[in-house]
Structures are given as C-alpha cells and as structure tokens.
Design a protein. Structure first.
Length: 260
C-alpha cells in the first residue's frame, strides 16, 4: 500500500518571535492516509457530508476550511442554525473517530529557541518539516511501506521554502535518520504542493485537525487539560487512537513533538 502525508500548518513561519502566541509558534500537522483508502472511503464520505449540509456539487465543489466553518461564512452559512451546526459537528466527529489515519504534529516555540540558541540552525519550515518527515519515514519503515508528502499551497515564496526544505531533508537526512533511509521510503524527493481549490480530501482533513492538534500539544506541554470546546473534542479523538505512539502507547515524542 502507498501512503501520503498530508500537511497543513498553524502559526507564523518567520524567523522572528515574540511572546504574542500568533507569532511565537509554528506548528505543522500531518495526516497519514493510504491512497487507496482516500479513494474508497475518505473522499466519498467527505463529499457526501458537504453535499448534505452545504449543497456541494461536482461542477462547483465546496472545500472545507476551518476558519470559514468557525465563522459560518458562505458557503457555510447553514451553520448559523444551531440545530444544523450540532448535526454537522456530530457527523464530522463520527467520521474523525471511524476513519483510519495517523496524525503527526510538531510545535516549534520560536521564542524559546531564540532564547536558548540565539541563531537558527535551520529555517523554521525546515526545522519542523525535518522532524515531521523523520517520524513519517520511521512509521513507513514499521509498515514496510512507501509514501510521499503533500502540503497545502501558501503562495509562491512560502511554497518554494517548503519545497527546498523537503528536498534538503531527502538529500541530507536528519540528525537521527540517514538520507538513504529517507530515500528508501519516500517515493518522491519532490514535495507535492496543491491549492485547497483542488478539493483534495487529505488536505481538508489536515486543515480541520491542525489547529486542534496544535492547541492540544500546547496544553499538554503546559500540563493543562484539553479545551472544553469542539477543538478539544477533536483532540480527544486523536489522543484516543489517532496520534502515532510507541508500543507502550506514549504519544509525546512520537505523534507529538515539542521543539526545541
């Protein structure tokens, strides 16, 4: 079986940092899915959900985006009705719980990094992507499988940074995994970058999970419980069965990684 790691991110990728949470963190989240499973299960179920609640049509597909859903803006204005919103949330959580996927999240505390090291060894994109792809490659090795990586497009300059970072990981490896192990498990040394407008189910799933996973990682790092909101319910599903973990069930360091 061939797998794909679908990546979305939360936060600010700039080298600068401050105590402002909007600028302090960069958090990529990746969702591992079997490509055949996307075709047979994820995509049809997601399209049915969008059709039932928002009238999505194949000629003009609606693409799920967390921020627009939260704000209940068109084409998601149906969520302004509380009963419709409750029904949509229930169905979405059921899908999150029943689907077969694995989640990886990295959080970079840029302020802590600057206070500790003063200078960046890597671009923040490369720093986070290297750690995530390293875990993905080790997971693929456990499955004796291969796969590739796809990220949502952020625009010309940021897409180039992401692609360059990915190519460097494949060529140089990481501190813990040599490049030949990356190359043996990754079917392409080129990062696939696609726009949300392409209606790619895996990228929509990553988008819906990235913020909840970032907030959960931050909460657990600070010794706090999960948030008592919809994002917290998503995080609870991930903690129950979706985060990558070791044989003893430990998530930290496996499905979630805090840097530095």
């Amino acid at each position: 079986m061939k797998y794909r790691l679908y990546v979305d991110e939360v936060g600010n990728p700039d080298l600068g940092a401050s105590a402002d949470p909007n600028h302090r963190y960069l958090s990529p989240t990746g969702v591992i899915l079997g490509l055949a499973y996307v075709d047979s299960t994820i995509f049809p179920a997601l399209e049915a959900l969008k059709r039932n609640f928002f009238g999505s049509h194949p000629d003009d597909p609606i693409v799920l985006h967390r921020k627009e859903l939260v704000n209940k803006k068109p084409p998601f204005e149906a969520l302004q009705d509380s009963a419709t919103e409750a029904a949509f949330n229930r169905e979405l959580l059921t899908l999150f719980q029943t689907w077969d996927y694995v989640v990886l999240t990295v959080v970079i505390d840029k302020l802590e990094h600057q206070q500790r090291y003063r200078t960046w060894r890597f671009d923040p994109y490369q720093y986070g992507l290297t750690d995530m792809v390293e875990r993905y490659v080790l997971w693929l090795a456990q499955q004796d499988a291969q796969g590739d990586v796809m990220s949502e497009s952020r625009g010309g300059r940021e897409d180039r940074r992401l692609k360059d970072s990915f190519e460097r990981v494949c060529q140089e490896g990481s501190d813990f995994v040599p490049p030949d192990r990356f190359q043996a498990r990754l079917t392409s040394r080129q990062l696939k970058v696609k726009s949300k407008a392409n209606n790619i189910a895996g990228l929509q799933l990553a988008d819906l999970m990235a913020h909840a996973s970032f907030r959960a990682t931050l909460a657990r790092h600070e010794g706090q419980p999960l948030a008592a909101n919809f994002g917290g319910r998503i995080a609870a599903i991930m903690e129950a069965s979706k985060y990558h973990r070791d044989a003893a069930g430990v998530i930290e360091g496996w499905g979630r990684k805090w840097l530095p």
